[in-house]
Design a protein around this ligand. Structure first.
Ligand SMILES: CC(C)(COP(=O)(O)OP(=O)(O)OC[C@H]1O[C@@H](n2cnc3c(N)ncnc32)[C@H](O)[C@@H]1OP(=O)(O)O)[C@@H](O)C(=O)NCCC(=O)NCCS
Length: 178
């Protein structure tokens, strides 16, 4: 399949995305890593998830190809003393894997988010040690690997080792020349 990466866009989710959303959110291969995502099984669940989780999310975007939803990217800003940080998550429908779509979406998300949330100086991504594709995505997008967090979190019921990656707003602004 030929993919034109210039057609990859990010936009907020809408209820009309339910069928497209379900086509990847019903797939364990896509939902197995984001720890707080349960695999969905019906259009009704997809509608509820879009309404209750995607639309109210501080910064969750649909990754679109020709404006059809093929994935998601989320950045969640922390609050209080942690308001300098935000955490990153993303997923792409399996049939689109391996074409650079996640990398393009992560790069776009980083640049949009830092403009919209100027108080956040650090983005973090926690990536399972076995998730080589995701490690490549953050590395290609310019994140720095900071270390290994041993037995850091339960992911889908299993205690996992996770790599910690970060991207600082100062790195972004330096690359932008501002
Ligand atoms: C991780 C994920 C988003 C990647 O999406 P994608 O659109 O295929 O990503 P890209 O095409 O931009 O880049 C994938 C890279 O991983 C590499 N890769 C894929 N599988 C790999 C493997 N098993 N070992 C090593 N590298 C691998 C690809 O070759 C590519 O790198 P390259 O460009 O240097 O060749 C997708 O696999 C996914 O949705 N996974 C399930 C959800 C998930 O894990 N989310 C991340 C949570 S931290």
């Amino acid at each position: 399949m030929e993919i034109d990466l210039s057609k990859v866009t990010l936009r907020p989710f809408k209820l009309e995305d339910a069928d497209d959303f379900l086509s990847f959110a019903d797939d364990d291969q896509v939902t197995r890593n984001p720890s707080r995502w349960e695999t969905l099984t019906s259009k009704e669940e997809a509608l509820t998830h879009i309404k209750d989780a995607c639309i109210p999310h501080p910064w969750r975007r649909s990754i679109c190809m020709d404006d059809r939803s093929i994935g998601f990217v989320s950045i969640f800003p922390f609050s209080g003393d942690d308001k300098c940080r935000a955490s990153f998550g993303y997923g792409v429908a399996v049939k689109y894997w391996g074409h650079g779509i996640a990398t393009k979406a992560v790069k776009m998300a980083v640049s949009q988010f830092f403009v919209e949330f100027p108080g956040v100086v650090r983005l973090e991504a926690l990536v399972d040690v076995d998730n080589k594709a995701s490690q490549r995505v953050v590395e290609k997008a310019g994140f720095q690997k900071e270390g290994l967090l041993r037995k850091y979190a339960h992911v889908k019921g299993k205690l996992r080792d996770l790599f910690l990656y970060s991207f600082l707003s100062s790195d972004f602004h330096a690359a932008e020349g501002s």
